[in-house]
Design a protein around this ligand. Structure first.
Ligand SMILES: *[C@@H]1O[C@H](CO)[C@@H](O)[C@H](O)[C@H]1NC(C)=O
Ligand SMILES: *[C@@H]1O[C@H](CO)[C@@H](O)[C@H](O)[C@H]1NC(C)=O
Ligand SMILES: *[C@@H]1O[C@H](CO)[C@@H](O)[C@H](O)[C@H]1NC(C)=O
Ligand SMILES: *[C@@H]1O[C@H](CO)[C@@H](O)[C@H](O)[C@H]1NC(C)=O
Length: 380
């Protein structure tokens, strides 16, 4: 089979289903933001983010098994135990309703809906189907249903990330970014001690809002399409446009992005590295894998994340982003300059200290060099 055709069916289903669940997430998030009295912030109850999380996993699990067979291997963040407990009955009912409403809209996205409404058992089965742990050989889908829980709850950035790994290499990456408008200018930048990418004041779903980025490994191209709105039909691939990384390679002009939360990276260390390489712009702090999208689209040039000692990065938090950034022309490695290893189960085993994604090799070399030079003086 031609390399170009090799994953065409997988790509098509992945783009359509991520698009469909991204629109579903927009609706669930809008209901959350509309109802501020609902001050549910945690993930451990039937808050809307939890409903969105399970509903995305069930919808993607069901759709992938329809197209690729019940044996399809899917690695995903949520396990079915919690949702199966008697005390989760209310949550399960909300998930069943959300999934059925979402699947019923399949034709708008070029996907066929189930013959009849799915019951709780079928929903639980679809979620449980995502119980694979990946591995060195064969094909494995990797899903982060709602990446950036806090961003979702705050009405800010979050992502739906789906990737296909084949013999240990991510070959397809699809990133649904429901709150990331097609144009950078439509974002609100909050100027503060750091900048935050936000959409807070423009939350109502509108035409310009939200996009899906996707790429196939070694195609040399990454694409972005606008999320559909209202009763529109998804025109794919006709509505997609190519994205490429920024051409800026002078650190003094570059923008770097990093996680918002201190728990997810060492801001002190990244600030030091930024200073050492001469990055002068304030960091852009962004929730979720939208950081990868920002690099791929040329909205930022550098993404750095330094995990605390002992934290193990999960494959679903990176696989889709890595394919998209690389095909858009960027470089992604660990902090030691080595490629990420997606072949060893659910964790990025052997990851050296952190992740560095850049728009090009010049910036990347400088950052990796600065990390190397400053490491001894830190106790990460
Ligand atoms: C599904 O997996 C089972 C057990 O691993 C195997 O016996 C069966 O042949 C597989 N079916 C298909 C369609 O691959
Ligand atoms: C996943 O769940 C199925 C039952 O739905 C089970 O047969 C299979 O062994 C499980 N796989 C893993 C890796 O736990
Ligand atoms: C700016 O920073 C302050 C202090 O950290 C915080 O209270 C405030 O919410 C921030 N404003 C925005 C718009 O993010
Ligand atoms: C973060 O990095 C700084 C130095 O760059 C170091 O002193 C500090 O201990 C680190 N913090 C954590 C939590 O690892």
């Amino acid at each position: 089979m031609e390399e170009a055709d090799k994953y065409s069916k997988e790509m098509e289903v992945a783009v359509r289903v991520v698009h469909m669940v991204s629109v579903m997430c927009q609706k669930v998030q809008a209901s959350l933001v509309a109802d501020r009295s609902d001050q549910v912030k945690s993930k451990d109850d039937d808050s809307p983010v939890t409903v969105a999380d399970w509903s995305v996993q069930a919808t993607v699990g069901w759709t992938l098994s329809e197209f690729f067979g019940k044996n399809v291997s899917i690695v995903a963040e949520e396990d079915v135990e919690t949702l199966s407990k008697p005390e989760s009955a209310g949550l399960l009912a909300a998930v069943v309703k959300t999934v059925n409403e979402c699947l019923a809209e399949g034709p708008q996205f070029g996907l066929y809906p189930p013959d009849k409404t799915l019951g709780s058992l079928e929903i639980l089965e679809a979620i449980n189907r995502c119980n694979s742990t990946g591995g060195r050989t064969g094909r494995h889908w990797v899903l982060d249903p709602v990446d950036g829980t806090l961003g979702f709850v705050r009405g800010d950035q979050y992502a739906v990330a789906l990737a296909l790994i084949d013999d240990g290499k991510p070959v397809i990456g699809v990133l649904g970014c429901p709150n990331y408008p097609m144009k950078k200018e439509w974002l609100n930048y909050h100027q503060n001690s750091s900048q935050t990418l936000s959409t807070r004041s423009t939350l109502s779903p509108k035409r310009e809002q939200g996009c899906v980025l996707y790429a196939r490994r070694r195609s040399g191209q990454a694409w972005m399409q606008p999320l559909i709105h209202g009763n529109e039909k998804l025109q794919w691939p006709n509505s997609a446009q190519q994205v490429i990384v920024s051409s800026i390679d002078d650190p003094s002009l570059a923008t770097f992005c990093e996680p918002v939360e201190k728990a997810n990276t060492n801001h002190t260390f990244s600030t030091g590295v930024a200073h050492d390489v001469g990055l002068r712009n304030q960091p852009l702090r962004v929730h979720s894998m939208v950081k990868y999208a920002a690099i791929a689209r040329g909205d930022a040039e550098v993404f750095m994340k330094f995990s605390r000692a002992g934290y193990k990065e999960k494959i679903w938090d990176h696989a889709a982003g890595v394919v998209i950034v690389e095909e858009a022309g960027g470089v992604v490695t660990d902090a030691g300059g080595r490629p990420l290893d997606f072949s060893r189960g659910v964790y990025l085993e052997g990851l050296d200290r952190g992740i560095i994604a850049c728009s090009g090799a010049t910036l990347h070399d400088k950052i990796v060099g600065a990390v190397y030079a400053s490491w001894d003086s830190s106790n990460l």
